[in-house]
Design a protein. Structure first.
Length: 352
């Protein structure tokens, strides 16, 4: 019998991890994104899998139809089942062992509670100990430890992020480093980021106050005149890290993700390597070593390491670690065309 998986797109996962709650309610925009891109996992799905999709009345813009959602046709073409929560519950009542594996966008207490209530076997999901460890690893302070190790092993002098616990310290950092980045300890895809100086003094302080109130600290990074955003994509299993591929992506001036570049791995490696002061194979070898030292003992699943570089030699191989699926992982499933193309998840379906 083939291995059967339940796939779930839950883009609120980083926010749910921040809350630590078993019943977290995401902001309306994130709930809408989850509904709009419910079929997105079809990109990495296969025949026999199932995707959890929303009930037809859930979280849609007025007039939006489930049948018009992106990637739905891809789901059909691949022979992947699409199940609403009520259909999943009925399915599992008849066959509790229907799935061998659960593959969400990312794990958190809320998605575990949600799936348990629908009848998914608890043994198919991470233990409480694993979830506690995952929550700590996904805090952005992990990038401080990671970069320190990278610098030691490579001789790089990557500026380390700083964790700040007071509004005054954050404002002092902003005045000292115009154009710096402030980041919520738990956030994703460019959300939870403020560029120092983009808002006036009062609004900047209010933003920082809100982050510290909700998440107890705020992360600060010195500015980088980025000309390239990239990632190395990995999978952790059994305490080991396996390199899956490079990804190159586009962001707004504020750091929000917009699209992935679809090109050959050789082309992506050459483009990233143009800015790297060390050979890319060396960087990968060191990243693998640090992942296995700092992450893989407590985490199994997909991992993406985001980085950036500037024309002036400022190369940052680890801005953040994403312990979940990423758009870069999905971009690696898209066939490469003769000419460079772009993958924008919100634009629509992709042919097989």
């Amino acid at each position: 019998m083939s291995h059967k998986r339940l796939l779930v797109f839950n883009p609120e996962t980083d926010f749910a991890l921040a809350s630590g709650l078993a019943h977290y309610t995401a902001p309306a925009k994130i709930r809408l994104l989850r509904s709009r891109l419910a079929y997105l996992p079809a990109l990495c799905g296969r025949r026999g899998d199932a995707i959890l999709i929303p009930e037809p009345t859930d979280n849609f813009d007025e007039g939006m139809d489930v049948k018009s959602l992106p990637y739905r046709q891809l789901c059909i073409d691949k022979g992947i089942d699409a199940l609403t929560p009520s259909q999943l519950r009925d399915c599992l009542r008849l066959d509790p062992d229907r799935f061998d594996e659960i593959v969400p966008w990312g794990w958190n207490r809320t998605i575990i509670t949600e799936l348990e209530e629908l009848g998914v076997l608890r043994d198919l999901m991470p233990s409480k100990r694993r979830m506690d460890a995952l929550r700590q690893l996904t805090h952005r302070r992990t990038s401080i430890v990671f970069n320190r190790e990278l610098n030691t092993l490579t001789g790089l002098e990557t500026p380390l992020p700083v964790e700040l616990f007071s509004e005054d310290d954050a404002m002092e950092f902003m005045h000292r480093c115009p154009g710096c980045y402030f980041k919520s300890p738990w956030s994703s895809s460019g959300r939870g980021i403020m560029v120092g100086g983009m808002l006036n003094e009062r609004l900047s302080r209010e933003w920082i106050h809100g982050v510290i109130r909700r998440q107890r600290s705020v992360m600060a990074e010195t500015p980088c005149l980025r000309v390239i955003d990239f990632a190395t994509e990995w999978r952790c299993a059994g305490g080991k890290a396996e390199f899956i591929g490079y990804s190159l992506f586009k962001t707004t001036s504020g750091g929000s993700y917009t699209a992935n570049v679809i090109d050959t791995q050789n082309a992506l490696e050459a483009e990233i390597g143009h800015y790297s002061p060390i050979p890319m194979p060396t960087l990968l070898a060191v990243q693998k070593r640090v992942i296995e030292k700092c992450v893989a003992a407590d985490y199994e699943g997909p991992l993406g390491i985001d980085g950036c570089a500037s024309e002036n030699g400022d190369f940052r191989p680890c801005l953040e670690l994403n312990l979940r699926l990423t758009m870069g992982h999905l971009a690696l499933t898209i066939p490469v065309a003769e000419e460079r193309t772009f993958f924008n998840p919100l634009k629509g379906s992709v042919s097989i």
